[in-house]
Write a protein that binds this ligand. Structure first.
Ligand SMILES: [Zn+2]
Ligand SMILES: [Zn+2]
Length: 437
């Protein structure tokens, strides 16, 4: 049970600092997701960046946040936004993010609340906190400067998903950039992030030590596989995350194979509407609008049954943990002409990982053998190893803090490469304070 007792259970120190900039990861310092980062200057000026949870089984929660007046949220993925309602209930924190992130917050929080109830996991915030949080937002555009005490801050596009932001903070003594989840490469939905001239870079290291395959080759391999499944009379089931990945897949399919019969199910439909309401955050809003009109949106039980004859079904959950994708899998699993195409990494303990490793998936409580062909494609929108190193260099960062990373596999090779390039590299642990001088 995550029981926070405001002011009593936090790992954050009481003492102010005399000089420099203190940073402290409540979570996400040495793990992927579960992010909460406090920055504080000598005047006591303090900001919280993100407050998420890791949707693992069971979920991981960040340490309790200390008293906070203002929180900036980089983007609407649950590992960055999931715990934010608690900040409003406990500390009346004001919340800041881009318009898309603000628009998606209600949906993401409601989903988080629903999942915690279904799975029987506790959340330290309730629906009343959620409602208050919705009234605590200020939406910001990229590039617009804001004041916080004697600091200035603004948001920059991070790539990754629509509305995802990097945060630049100017303390007067030091310029800092926090990458959030970022990608310097363009995706179908968003343009890649560009460097910002700063002194200190907090950078996500999800893909430390790993490179993505060439984007256009990977896309071609995916399209060829879809074509092969359709040509043999099968249906390709594509489990994809609702917030970003699913829409990337739709855009690729629509632009190359508009003759296909593609059905779209799950929360991604509503998320797409929010994207389209905020076209300035999209690389090509017209393309998304066309793809969204083209795809057959599933909204009823009879739509679901019709979708079973589709060429392609794109649906949540992205890791075969419940949701409509399980309903489809249960019906498609008997015909070997069908196949499952994963669009990204399947986390440990997820249904997708189990299918890949054991050939079985839990369907409505029963562990069920699945004999279908499956394949996996890299549609990630996190920067790869070389992109991260290049980005740090292009930002002119003297200090680099590597977070949102696996501390054993991903971080060591990234630290080595960054140090070789002359940066002073920091490897934070959760729950510990560090001061940059
Ligand atoms: Zn993340
Ligand atoms: Zn993300």
């Amino acid at each position: 049970m995550v029981m926070y007792s405001p002011g009593k259970t936090t790992s954050y120190p009481d003492e102010p600092i005399d000089s420099g900039l203190r940073y402290h990861f409540l979570g996400g310092g040495s793990e992927v997701g579960n992010v909460g980062l406090i920055l504080e200057g000598p005047s006591g000026n303090r900001l919280l960046i993100d407050y998420g949870l890791a949707p693992t089984d069971p979920p991981r929660y960040p340490d309790e946040a200390p008293k906070i007046t203002d929180t900036i949220v980089t983007h609407s993925h649950i590992d960055h936004i999931g715990m934010v309602p608690w900040l409003v209930g406990a500390h009346r924190s004001r919340l800041h993010a881009t318009h898309v992130t603000v628009a998606l917050s209600e949906l993401m929080w409601n989903d988080c609340h629903k999942v915690s109830r279904i799975e029987g996991y506790p959340l330290p915030w309730d629906k009343r906190d959620l409602d208050e949080a919705l009234n605590s937002w200020t939406a910001h555009s990229f590039g617009e400067w804001n004041k916080h005490g004697n600091w200035k801050w603004r948001l920059h596009s991070a790539g990754h998903i629509p509305g995802a932001a990097m945060i630049e903070i100017d303390t007067g003594q030091r310029k800092v950039l926090i990458s959030g989840d970022f990608d310097t490469r363009n995706s179908p939905l968003v343009n890649g992030a560009t460097p910002v001239q700063i002194d200190t870079l907090f950078v996500e290291g999800t893909y430390g030590g790993r490179e993505h395959p060439d984007k256009s080759e990977e896309k071609q391999r995916f399209l060829n596989k879809v074509r092969e499944i359709v040509d043999r009379g099968g249906t390709a089931l594509i489990p994809a995350f609702a917030n970003g990945r699913g829409q990337d897949v739709l855009l690729e399919l629509h632009s190359t194979m508009p003759e296909l019969n593609v059905h779209y199910d799950g929360m991604g439909k509503t998320i797409t509407k929010h994207y389209l309401n905020n076209p300035e955050y999209l690389r090509d809003s017209e393309a998304l609008e066309k793809a969204f009109k083209w795809v057959k949106r599933v909204s009823s039980k009879s739509d679901k049954k019709k979708a079973l004859d589709a060429d392609v079904i794109v649906s949540t959950s992205g890791m075969l943990d419940g949701g409509p994708s399980i309903w489809y899998l249960n019906r498609l699993r008997h015909d070997p002409k069908n196949a499952i195409l994963f669009m990204g990494y399947q986390a440990k303990g997820s249904g997708g990982r189990r299918l890949q490793e054991e050939g079985r998936v839990e369907i409505f409580g029963n562990l069920t053998p699945i004999d279908l062909e499956w394949d996996s494609f890299d549609f990630s929108t996190h920067a790869g190893h070389a992109d991260i190193v290049e980005f740090a260099e292009a930002c002119g960062a003297k200090d680099v803090v590597v977070y949102h990373t696996d501390p054993n596999q991903a971080r060591p090779p990234l630290v080595e490469a960054l140090e070789k390039n002359g940066h002073t590299v920091h490897q934070p642990k959760n729950g510990e304070s560090y001061v940059l001088q």
